[in-house]
Write a protein that binds this ligand. Structure first.
Ligand code: ADP
Length: 435
């Protein structure tokens, strides 16, 4: 029987009426009604408690009441429970799908909590980082004990990447090098992506070794060829045609010598440059040193080297490395400028407070489409090459590397027909101005 609440009310009213009639006949009206109401309240309280227990339980079947107000309440609670259950199931399903998706990722994925504890990781992370189920809840720093990883986690900016040794040094273990990337998501949460880069690192090391060995091996034959061509050029038994051919040979040998030296320099830079010591370098003295070294070359083209740097400016850096940067930029300015153009070397501070050392020429300039590629190895601007035929295309790659060692960057501006500006931008931490 499904009793509507209004029938329940009517029944109560009916019972009370009967009690009043019986009371009138027996003379105990008040007592009868009181006993009835107290009993009624107790039964109702008991039923409410049962309803509450059912509401709290996970039992979705067996509605405790089907009739009256309690029946209505039961059915409403049932609807809410059903809705909640369906929502939970859907979230569970989505989560499961997400986990399945991440678990087939070829990269290791570790989800970190707000306080950088491990929340979850996929199978590949287990393989690469040797994580186990019991590591969940532990701070990632405790398991991946590597200064680079700590730094990445403590102040890692978006998408920051580091390459580290794999957490085991066992000879048989195939994973030797790992690339670790930190990705922020949601509300300050972070994801650690880990990739096995052993093969890539090996290939890159082989390439570096090959370039370095080949350059090294080429040194001796080139020195011999240069020696003999000089010897022949100095003798007077050769005619003019042969002399002209020998001059060309000598020119190309010099170009190859420069190239091998520059390739060796790049290899050393890629190796991370042992013996890179930073001291306080006075920028004015540095510019004057380059000026006196290159002024004779500039003179041959009637170019003036003009230094405009206050003696108070110092840079915290490696002197040899800074000399290489400036020498390359000023040499380029000389090589790629017409006769009589002035070359300026000056210091300024940009709006971020960074120190900027600029080499400006009034040369041919470089069209905008080449600018982003100038620091690539062997990249040369075809239309400028006629001005300096023996260039190798390696100088600016070296400049970029040397600047990176100082946390500095190279910015190139140029206007075709007007000239170029090569700005070396040093972070404020590297700049020291004496009072
Ligand atoms: P290279 O040995 O050829 O000079 P760089 O790496 O130093 O090698 O320079 C790369 C190319 O950039 C050069 O070949 C030249 O075309 C162009 N370039 C460099 N500096 C200048 C400059 N100051 N003005 C015009 N072109 C330049």
């Amino acid at each position: 029987m499904n009793l509507e609440p209004k029938f329940e009310r009517n029944w109560l009213f009916f019972y009370l009426l009967v009690l009043v009639l019986v009371g009138l006949l027996t003379g105990y009206t008040v007592e009868l009604i009181a006993v009835f109401l107290v009993g009624y309240i107790f039964i109702y309280l008991y039923k409410l408690e049962k309803l509450y227990q059912w509401a709290q339980s996970s039992n979705m079947e067996n509605l405790p009441y089907e009739n009256g107000v309690l029946g209505l309440l039961s059915s409403y609670i049932y609807q809410c429970k059903k809705q909640r259950f369906e929502q939970k199931e859907s979230v569970k399903y989505q989560l499961e799908r997400f986990r399945k998706l991440i678990s087939i990722f070829p990269d290791g994925v570790v989800i970190l909590s707000l306080s950088d504890e491990i929340q979850w990781f996929n199978n590949e992370a287990t393989r690469l980082l040797l994580l186990e189920k019991r590591d969940i809840g532990l701070p990632i720093n405790h398991l991946l004990r590597h200064p680079k990883v700590s730094e990445l986690i403590n102040r890692g900016s978006k998408g920051a990447v580091v390459t580290i040794d794999a957490p085991t040094s066992e000879d048989q273990w195939p994973v030797k090098k790992l690339e670790v990337r930190l990705l922020p998501y949601g509300d300050n949460e972070r994801l650690l992506l880990v990739r096995d880069v052993t093969q890539m690192e090996r290939a890159s090391q082989m390439r570096k070794d090959f370039i370095s060995n080949a350059s090294h091996e080429l040194r001796t034959p080139l020195t011999v060829m240069k020696g003999y061509s000089e010897l022949l050029l100095a003798s007077d038994v050769i005619d003019d045609d042969v002399r002209a051919s020998l001059k060309k040979i000598e020119q190309q040998v010099v170009k190859m010598q420069t190239m091998t030296e520059e390739l060796l320099t790049l290899s050393r830079l890629e190796e991370g440059g042992a013996g890179f010591k930073e001291v306080l370098v006075n920028v004015r003295s540095l510019c004057e040193q380059i000026k006196s070294e290159l002024a004779p070359v500039a003179d041959t083209k009637e170019q003036n080297l003009i230094v405009d740097v206050s003696p108070a400016i110092n840079l915290r850096g490696n002197k040899t490395s800074l000399v290489t940067v400036l020498r390359n930029l000023v040499t380029n300015a000389i090589n790629y400028s017409e006769k009589t153009g002035d070359i300026h070397i000056f210091w300024s501070m940009n709006e971020l407070g960074e120190g900027v050392l600029t080499v400006k020429d009034a040369g041919k300039g470089i069209s905008a489409r080449h600018l982003s590629r100038l620091t690539e190895r062997f990249y040369r601007v075809p239309e400028n090459n006629v001005m300096h035929k023996t260039g190798t295309g390696l100088g600016l790659a070296i400049v970029k590397h040397e600047l990176e060692r100082h946390d500095a960057r190279l910015i190139i501006d140029s206007v075709v027909g007007k000239g170029s500006w090569f700005h070396c931008v040093f972070p404020i931490t590297k700049v020291n101005i004496t009072k």
